[in-house]
Write a protein that binds this ligand. Structure first.
Ligand SMILES: [Zn+2]
Length: 72
């Protein structure tokens, strides 16, 4: 099982705060290797792991927001 990990921006998520796996942002060798699944990244601050391929999707927007606040 893959242990790949991808850090995402908020803009990479859909309107439900989820991302699909396999995903164009990830390694495309994974494409079509398992059914498309929606992962709730917003609700899992430690990262949402795909139950099929084990890829972890993690949001890094929190750091971005913090930086923006400090710069304003
Ligand atoms: Zn997957």
């Amino acid at each position: 099982m893959s242990k790949a990990k991808f850090e995402l921006f908020l803009s990479d998520l859909n309107t439900q705060g989820c991302i699909h796996c396999p995903n164009p942002l990830a390694d495309m060798k994974l494409w079509n290797t398992h059914p498309r699944v929606s992962l709730d990244v917003l609700s899992n601050k430690d990262g949402a792991q795909c139950p099929y391929c084990g890829t972890v999707y993690k949001l890094k927007t929190q750091f971005k927001i913090k930086k923006l606040v400090l710069n304003s």
